[in-house]
Write a protein that binds this ligand. Sequence first.
Ligand SMILES: Cc1cc2nc3c(=O)[nH]c(=O)nc-3n(C[C@H](O)[C@H](O)[C@H](O)COP(=O)(O)OP(=O)(O)OC[C@H]3O[C@@H](n4cnc5c(N)ncnc54)[C@H](O)[C@@H]3O)c2cc1C
Length: 113
Amino acid sequence: MTKDNKKVIVVGGGPGGLFAAFCLLEKGLSVELYDQMPAVGKKFLVAGHGGLNLTHSENLSEFSKRYGIHEKRFNELLQLFSPKDLRKWCEGLGVETFIGSTGRVFSHKVQGR
Ligand SMILES: Cc1cc2nc3c(=O)[nH]c(=O)nc-3n(C[C@H](O)[C@H](O)[C@H](O)COP(=O)(O)OP(=O)(O)OC[C@H]3O[C@@H](n4cnc5c(N)ncnc54)[C@H](O)[C@@H]3O)c2cc1C
């Protein structure tokens, strides 16, 4: 427990749950993460097998259009955590990224996986 006595339970250890847990821990909260499977991030690991497409390098206004009728909302959200922020976050974890020929952003393979 933290000094505020707050504990957050995250259900699901896919990228969504893992990232939520990471952000909560960074805020100093105590986190418990549960998954129905014995190991977390399984689908993510399968997804990363052939080269993980993390995001796209196009500018935010173009990128937001990908969300169709939710464009405006996602444009607001992406101002808070943009594709560039995602790349910076990955690099902070020691995972280098690169822009492919189509503008999509991939991670370099993590050694030893
Ligand atoms: C072959 C393949 C290639 C892909 N390539 C890419 C790619 O290049 N780029 C990309 O961005 N995405 C890719 N994806 C998609 C990506 O894997 C998913 O978008 C991502 O995993 C979704 O994350 P999530 O956390 O929302 O859900 P999930 O990864 O599905 O995680 C949900 C977790 O919750 C758990 N869970 C569910 N219900 C319960 C419950 N009731 N109690 C406890 N635990 C529960 C599940 O076991 C699971 O671990 C690919 C997917 C596949 C299959």
